[in-house]
Design a protein around this ligand. Structure first.
Ligand SMILES: NC(=O)c1ccc[n+]([C@@H]2O[C@H](COP(=O)([O-])OP(=O)(O)OC[C@H]3O[C@@H](n4cnc5c(N)ncnc54)[C@H](O)[C@@H]3O)[C@@H](O)[C@H]2O)c1
Length: 244
């Protein structure tokens, strides 16, 4: 049986990744800052273990990995936050907090996990298309997601000799978690859906499927890759601009 820790798994996309991994036969460590939420999710999954931890704190991250214990086959760095608003209106604290959860959190967890993965393993971090082309009004978020993609590539080249792979999954417009309030507005929902070549928003299941594909035998030689899962929206720029 494979064993996986999913961070930020009490809610949103992380919860669905944890559910799909458990359904695929993994024993899952449901890690979240929200202790009650993590326990509630773990209680619904066969053999799952709730892990309360703050990924911004190296000691807390290490303790959670230790509590889960070896072997650890897969870490999914999913915990993330966004502080909406223009960059110039972000406080230094908004910016620092976003960097700490999104980027430092991935580093703390990747470091703790890689040290535990003595027989090889895999680290999948959830980035965002905002890290490739920044969306306005998203503060420090795009910069952190671009940095996570680079951290992934560095992990891939440095950890390969220990048979640890590192990859990223970059979601597009996803109808879940932190974006739910945006898509609650039917007009925004219709406009955004129409802008996606596949004509729909993505789901948390689309993201979970990509993570499990990368971790499967079919993905065994993929290392240092950022897999964009966006229904093609990143390629639709020219289609968005009027011809006349
Ligand atoms: N929802 C989207 O549209 C979307 C799109 C692109 C990328 N993403 C990325 O997907 C990931 C999941 O996003 P979501 O929409 O499910 O968010 P969400 O807000 O629904 O869930 C995030 C989870 O992370 C946990 N968390 C926050 N800070 C933490 C910390 N310091 N330590 C441990 N856990 C912490 C929260 O308690 C929460 O359960 C994020 O990395 C996000 O950037 C989401």
């Amino acid at each position: 049986m494979k064993r996986a820790i999913v961070t930020g798994a009490a809610a949103g996309i992380g919860r669905v990744i944890a559910e799909r991994a458990a359904a695929a036969g993994y024993q899952v460590g449901v890690l979240d800052l929200d202790a009650e939420g993590a326990r509630a999710v773990a209680d619904t999954l066969d053999g799952a273990i709730a892990l309360t931890a703050d990924v911004t704190d190296a000691t807390s991250a290490e303790a959670a990995v230790e509590r889960f214990g070896p072997p650890l086959d897969l870490l999914v760095n999913n915990a993330g936050i966004v502080v909406f608003g223009p960059l110039l209106e972000q406080t230094p604290e908004d910016f620092r907090r976003t960097v700490e959860v999104n980027l430092l959190g991935c580093f703390h967890m990747a470091r703790a996990a890689a040290l535990q993965m003595s027989e090889g393993g895999h680290i999948v971090s959830i980035t965002s298309i905002n890290g490739i082309t920044p969306g306005p009004g998203t503060g420090a978020y795009p910069a952190t997601k671009a940095a996570i993609a680079q951290l992934t590539r560095q992990l891939a080249i440095e950890c390969g000799e220990r048979r640890i792979r590192a990859n990223a999954v970059s979601p597009g417009f996803i109808d879940a978690g932190m974006s739910e309030p945006i898509y609650a507005d039917p007009e925004v929902r219709a406009r955004r859906s129409a802008g996606v070549p596949l004509g729909r928003l993505g789901t948390a299941v689309d993201i979970a499927n990509a993570v499990l594909f990368l971790d499967s035998e079919a993905g065994a030689y993929i290392n240092g890759h950022e897999l964009v899962v966006d229904g093609g929206v990143m390629h639709s720029l020219l289609d968005q601009l009027p011809r006349e």
